[in-house]
Design a protein around this ligand. Structure first.
Ligand SMILES: Cc1cc2nc3c(=O)[nH]c(=O)nc-3n(C[C@H](O)[C@H](O)[C@H](O)COP(=O)(O)OP(=O)(O)OC[C@H]3O[C@@H](n4cnc5c(N)ncnc54)[C@H](O)[C@@H]3O)c2cc1C
Length: 113
């Protein structure tokens, strides 16, 4: 269901407690977008890097709280972490080139956070 339909559904579901008040959404998650709370986001500048291991290099990828934090009062850290995992999985499936996949993942998710 769309965001607006979801809000309308919850307003109807909790109508007896809301007593005519409207619900707000924090769905955008962009810094400063939440109407009722302001908090400083902490976001790593780089989420991927290559590290030497056993004579080769291996990718190290950050996701979830390791890549970015959200204040727990907005209740979104788990959602953001799962969306990171979904985006990384999608990027790895779209191309066999690891460097391209990791760059795509970082570009996609750093905008969301
Ligand atoms: C008080 C509080 C309330 C919150 N309420 C909400 C909420 O209502 N809704 C919501 O969506 N989010 C909430 N969050 C945020 C949410 O818990 C996190 O954003 C989410 O758990 C991040 O997932 P993660 O997998 O990135 O990290 P974590 O869940 O922290 O997982 C990291 C794991 O790595 C392990 N680890 C650490 N170091 C090592 C190591 N060296 N070797 C091996 N393992 C290691 C840790 O033991 C841990 O199991 C809350 C957070 C707090 C603190």
């Amino acid at each position: 269901m769309s965001q607006q339909d979801g809000i309308a559904f919850c307003e109807q579901l909790f109508a007896r407690y809301l007593e005519g008040r409207r619900l707000m959404t924090n769905a955008a998650h962009l810094p400063g977008s939440a109407i009722w709370v302001k908090f400083p986001p902490l976001i790593c500048k780089t989420w991927t890097r290559w590290a030497p291991a056993n004579g080769s290099t291996v990718p190290i990828v950050l996701m979830g709280d390791a890549a970015h934090t959200a204040h727990f009062s907005v209740g979104s850290g788990t959602k953001l972490a799962l969306e990171d995992a979904i985006a990384l999985s999608g990027a790895l499936h779209r191309t066999s080139d690891m460097r391209t996949a990791l760059a795509d993942y970082e570009a996609e998710r750093s905008i969301e956070c």
